[in-house]
Design a protein around this ligand. Structure first.
Ligand code: ATP
Length: 239
């Protein structure tokens, strides 16, 4: 895997104050691929994404696109090409859809390209074009999640980190969102790291998967193999 890995994580530990949450995780994200980290409530999925972005105290080695990034400030990690869509989405609710997208482009200097990117994203998410002048707080949950993803994509990231994008959304909206994520991955080559409690959903989208239990990777491999793993099926897929 290392040859075409966009992100390589080795011996990742993370803690909140004295509470250790990740205990030496190793994982890779393939360039152009979709990787998912599955796990029960409290397994450490959110913390893994926060650790990549230097938002929690960590130790271990994180190599992104051939460069060590652990120890960099969050802002510089973003500039390297990692965009994070946190749980809770981080949308500015009293700003309009388009103002939120503009904020997403804050690290970019290519102003004319930014304008073209609004159109590119509205192409993927036509509902956002309809709601471009509307206050983000008045959008539906699904539209807000689409806005959060679009805002992250305004950075033109190489890697998109998604924290439970399906949370609280109706199944039909989730399907629409996940279809668009697959399309963006295919057309733009954006690599995706998805953390999800909904294992069925995540394994349908991803090509590689890791199962996390109390801060340790216990199973990893192609999504197809993980889906067929007896223990995963029993505990996480419900059949
Ligand atoms: P969930 O799906 O519930 O978000 P998760 O797999 O994303 O679960 P994390 O949110 O990473 O898990 O939490 C892992 C552990 O770290 C949990 O035991 C949680 O209580 C603890 N934890 C998370 N955030 C903090 C914090 N800010 N301070 C202290 N402990 C925390």
């Amino acid at each position: 895997m290392s040859g075409d890995a966009l992100l390589q994580v080795r011996g990742l530990h993370a803690q909140y104050g004295p509470t250790r949450v990740l205990h030496g995780m190793d994982f890779d994200i393939r360039r152009g691929g979709i990787t998912t980290i599955l796990g029960a409530n409290g397994a450490g999925k959110t913390t893994t994404l926060r650790a990549i972005c230097a938002m929690v105290r960590t130790s271990g080695e994180i190599v992104f696109d051939g460069e060590r990034i652990e120890g960099l400030a969050t802002e510089n990690i973003v500039r390297k090409g990692i965009a994070h869509v946190p749980d809770g989405r981080g949308t500015f609710l009293n700003l309009s859809t388009e103002e939120n997208l503009k904020i997403g482009a804050y690290t970019r200097k290519d102003r004319d390209q930014v304008a073209a990117d609004f159109e590119r994203l509205y192409g993927y998410f036509p509902r956002l074009r309809e709601r471009r002048r509307q206050q983000a707080g008045t959008l539906s949950g699904g539209e807000q999640q689409m806005l959060a993803v679009s805002r992250a994509l305004m950075l033109r990231p190489k890697l998109l980190l998604l924290d439970e994008p399906s949370f609280g959304l109706a199944p039909l909206i989730v399907r629409e969102l996940f279809d668009i994520l697959a399309e963006i991955n295919r057309k733009e080559g954006t690599s995706i790291l998805l953390v999800e409690q909904n294992a069925n959903l995540a394994l349908n989208l991803a090509d590689q998967a890791y199962l996390l239990e109390t801060g340790r990777v216990v199973i990893s491999g192609p999504a197809e193999d993980i889906r067929n793993d007896e223990a995963v099926r029993r505990s996480y897929l419900g059949y």
